[in-house]
Design a protein around this ligand. Structure first.
Ligand code: NAD
Length: 496
């Protein structure tokens, strides 16, 4: 059986401890992945530290040329990488290609680094004195990423980190580890020097080794909120800069003036696409007053039409969940919702796909009359379950969203500009869609939620990414004429 190795200093590195990697569509173990710890992280840090000496001295042009070449390789290998992701994650190949495209946009942002990294200059701030600033890389930085976007989420991090002159250690999810090694190979072919991009696989021991290693300057984390809080606390207490993006419960509000067919079509795709395993998935539809009955009617029709099957079969819209445990968790949550008084309008439990009876499939579920006290509302289910909460007014919908501990994404479906403006100004959420169900920002903006969806103060990629992976220097300069005397005051210097 294939064992997926670490990738350190431009070469595969094996290990003795391993864990199974499954094909979620068949339920079968298809490979094993090595599990790293202190020693592997230390080896990677040494390689990345050595590489930093030269990489941080390379020119902007050299770095962006690697990014241009890397981008081209991502284009050429989109299908191949998409299939690798689909085989370990379960999502459809087309969906996987979509995540590669969205991740590639961050590479394109990094290709324009020369523009975004420009410093500023102030002439004559005092007589004969100028001030300019510039930013420098941090050193060795690390990324710890979730299973649900094995290409895109790491791509939110490493192109920006590497283009700004840092060296990088990726600790991907142990559930779908192959994409990270494939990307490492593409970087190598793009001309990235060995040691600049490294992959250490593993679970908690590998993460803890990263959080405590004194040679790592900064940690980027994306995953569930409890682990984001842990990572934030540990990394900060070990003196590291840290960005930590957590979980989500995303609400789509539908007003009575919305086109219900349009809203339901987009909410269905946002709820069940990638089997609901997206941090921007729509998991709650908030139906306002008389929108409710009509919305439920269209949503249930659309939920029943979703084509569930293996991700590599053309025409499949929704694949299996990532693990058997995830399948059981989601199906139990539907049962609990029913027991707590929700109406199960569409029940996805117990779905069997011909020829894939052991796959981790569950069908789309639609729950109506969900209240905010129920587990189905409180918990991030991370599966194809859409809960409908009924309210009377837009303001009540906003109150529901603002009382939720998460604040990643939200959407409003309406024909009213006034309602849209009120919504976007009052809602305590980081990313907002108006008639757009999954409002993932473009790479030249930054991605990040509020409240429990982002711990600390650093959204990811775009301008915030540049800030995160660099630190500023401000230089105050005077070039006196030869033998010119400039008085030195004993008081604190002020300009004149
Ligand atoms: P997870 O938190 O279980 O794992 C994320 C990473 O942390 C993995 O690399 C994993 O190996 C590591 N990890 C897991 N348990 C750990 C522990 N006890 N100690 C140290 N490290 C640990 O998340 P997941 O199940 O892989 O991904 C799904 C979650 O990620 C969801 O909550 C989803 O909302 C969230 N997510 C958030 C965003 C965002 O942008 N906010 C994006 C994608 C996913």
């Amino acid at each position: 059986m294939n064992t997926i190795p670490h990738w350190i200093n431009g070469a595969p590195v094996s290990g003795t401890d391993t864990q199974a990697v499954f094909n979620p569509a068949t339920g079968q173990e298809q490979a094993r992945v090595v599990l790293g710890g202190d020693a592997d992280v230390d080896t990677a840090v040494r390689a990345a530290s050595a590489a930093f000496e030269t990489w941080s001295e390379s020119s902007l042009t050299q770095r962006t040329q690697v990014m241009f070449a890397f981008r081209q390789l991502l284009v050429e290998h989109e299908e191949e990488l998409g299939r690798i992701i689909s085989a370990e994650h379960g999502k459809t190949v087309d969906d996987a290609r979509g995540e590669i495209v969205r991740g590639r946009e961050v590479v394109e942002f990094a290709c324009g680094l020369g523009d975004v990294l420009k410093g500023s200059f102030s002439d004559q701030v005092s007589r004969g004195v100028d001030v300019h600033d510039f930013r420098q890389p941090l050193g060795v930085v690390a990324g710890i990423t979730p299973f649900n976007f094995p290409a895109m989420v790491p791509l939110w991090m490493h192109p920006v980190a590497i283009a700004t002159g840092n060296t990088f250690i990726l600790k991907p999810s142990e559930r779908d580890p192959s994409a990270a090694n494939f990307v490492a190979g593409l970087y190598r072919r793009a001309g990235l020097p060995d040691g600049v991009f490294n992959v250490v696989h593993g679970g908690k021991p590998a993460v803890d080794a990263i959080l405590t290693h004194p040679g790592i300057e900064a940690v980027s984390f994306v995953g569930s909120t409890p682990i984001a809080k842990y990572v934030h606390e540990q990394a900060a207490s070990h003196g590291k800069r840290v960005q930590a993006l957590g979980g989500a419960k995303n609400h789509a509000v539908v007003l009575p003036d919305a086109d219900l067919e349009f809203a339901a079509t987009h909410i269905t795709a946002g709820a069940y696409g990638s089997a609901g395993e997206r941090c921007m998935a729509v998991s709650v539809a908030v139906a306002v007053s008389e929108a409710a009955d009509g919305l439920v009617e269209v949503l249930q029709r659309k939920a029943r039409e979703v084509k569930v099957g293996p991700g590599d079969v053309p025409g499949t819209e929704m694949g299996p969940l990532v693990t058997k445990a995830a399948q059981e968790r989601v199906e139990n949550a539907v049962g609990t919702a029913a027991a707590q008084g929700a109406t199960v309008v569409v029940d996805g439990r117990g779905l069997k796909i011909d020829g894939h009876e052991d796959g981790f499939f569950t069908g789309p579920s639609l729950l109506d009359h969900v209240t905010t006290g129920m587990d189905a509302y409180q918990d991030e289910l991370f599966g194809p379950v859409l809960a409908i909460v009924r309210v009377d007014t837009l303001d009540e919908a906003i109150d529901v969203i603002n009382a939720n501990p998460y604040g990643n994404g939200t959407a409003l479906f309406t024909a009213s500009g006034e309602a849209a403006r009120r919504f976007q100004r009052r809602v305590k959420v980081g990313m907002i869609g108006i008639n757009v169900p999954v409002p993932v920002p473009m790479a030249y903006y930054s991605f990040g939620g509020w409240k429990d969806s982002l711990i600390g103060d650093h959204p990811i990629h775009g301008p915030e990414g540049i800030r995160f992976y660099t630190r500023p220097k401000v230089v105050t300069t005077r070039w006196p004429q030869p033998r010119q005397q400039v008085a030195a005051g004993f008081n604190f210097p002020t300009s004149n």
